[in-house]
Design a binder for this molecule. Structure first.
Ligand code: KG4
Ligand code: ZN
Length: 365
């Protein structure tokens, strides 16, 4: 390998079209050279969620310009690249195909290796770029499409310890917001409303709390929110604030219970190599201040370092995809052939048992 290895990353698995150029030096340190993200949020807002057909068209329209923009911003041509990485799953098929085809075409034309990346691996490895986190570590992924606790043992070596059996956490925030007439995406709106609310006025359940398995469930909580809102109808601003505060507290309590068990299991199973191993958070819900505060406190108590990459890199982006490609080429992983196909479902941990009720409707990751 020459001094710096340069990768183009492409992401289009949900409602963000993104292209990035990332460099890795010989010591394995990364540098973000260009990072472009086009969010389709406005195009989906009217529908209260991501519409696959709209997303697919928007990716096609935005992709070429973003890739050209990233190369331009980096001041390089395709010849300067050492490889191309594109998300090939999991996610919405239309978007994945757009990104994978673009990546393969560029790799083929420029005669560069192509790496088809699992979007979840991108999230999992980001903290190594931003914070130099070493293996093994734990990751909590909380986004619009995923809620998982993953043991990250190495590049391509993951164990899923827990997952949602129904709604993803971001989805639960979005549905709660919709129910209460707060806009989309719901997470920031619920957090904002909760600031003026009394979290103790309305009792809500803590699904899965106390159970040994590290899974999550949020649909019962959503039903309880609906029942509380119906019982109070017509709801005042104060009612909405109180429901949001109670919802956020229930979520935070549940997460804390699951994560505490995961941290203890990490130690009990002998994964602790560092004095302070890392718990890394990823996904859009990582923006939530109450959840961050809880995770910070929990990590301090249990002797873990809490690592939260900058929010821009916690949500969907192409930097993480380029970085995953760089991590792979550095370790000598074989590139993918031009025949590698996209996969709407693709668990990080191929050995994880399928969860009852884990069929995801949305494909956000
Ligand atoms: O990772 P992300 O940007 O997109 C994907 O899921 O791919 O995550 C979006 C999710 C949405 O469900 C949104 O409501 C949630 O993250 N979110 C939040 C907050 N900001 C965004 N949830 C709770 N509190 C927030 N402040
Ligand atoms: Zn994602």
């Amino acid at each position: 390998m020459k001094k710096q290895t340069l990768f183009l990353g492409i992401e289009s698995s949900c409602d963000e079209t993104a292209a990035a150029i990332v460099a890795m030096d010989e010591a394995g340190h990364g540098e973000i050279i260009a990072d472009l993200v086009f969010s389709q949020l406005e195009e989906h807002a009217a529908f209260g969620g991501v519409v696959p057909e709209i997303a697919a068209r928007a990716h096609v329209e935005a992709m070429d310009g973003l890739i050209a923009g990233a190369l331009g911003e980096a001041g390089i041509t395709l010849d300067d690249l050492d490889g191309v990485a594109a998300t090939i799953g999991p996610g919405l098929i239309g978007g994945l195909m757009t990104g994978a085809m673009s990546g393969k075409a560029i790799a083929y034309a420029a005669e560069k290796p192509f790496y088809g990346i699992n979007h979840l691996e991108g999230h999992a490895l980001t903290a190594r770029l931003t914070d130099g986190v070493s293996f093994p570590f734990l990751m909590l992924l909380v986004s619009g499409g995923h809620t998982q606790i993953v043991l990250v043992k190495g590049v391509g070596d993951y164990e899923r310890w827990g997952s949602t059996i129904d709604d993803a956490l971001g989805e639960a925030f979005d549905k709660t917001a919709k129910l209460l007439g707060l806009g989309y995406p719901g997470g920031p709106a619920v957090e904002q409303a909760a600031r003026n609310g009394d979290p103790k006025r309305i009792p809500l359940p803590r699904p899965m709390k106390g159970e040994d398995r590290l899974d999550f469930s949020f649909s019962g909580l959503k039903t309880a929110v609906r029942q509380a809102a119906q019982a109070l109808a017509p709801v005042s601003d104060q009612d909405v604030a109180d429901i949001c505060a109670a919802f956020q507290l229930a979520v935070t309590d549940t997460l804390e219970d699951r994560l505490r068990r995961a941290l203890l299991r990490f130690q009990a199973e002998g994964y602790q190599k560092d004095a302070t191993p890392a718990l890394v958070v990823a996904g859009g819900v990582a923006a939530n201040g109450a959840i961050r505060a809880m995770l910070t406190g929990l990590c301090t108590k249990e002797g873990f370092a809490f690592v939260a990459p900058p929010l821009r890199l916690c949500t969907d982006n192409a930097v993480m995809i380029a970085w995953a490609g760089l991590e792979r080429i550095r370790l000598g992983f074989d590139p993918d052939g031009m025949d590698v196909s996209v996969r709407s479902r693709w668990p990080l941990d191929g050995n994880a048992a399928a969860l009852i009720g884990s069929g995801r409707r949305g494909a956000k990751a």
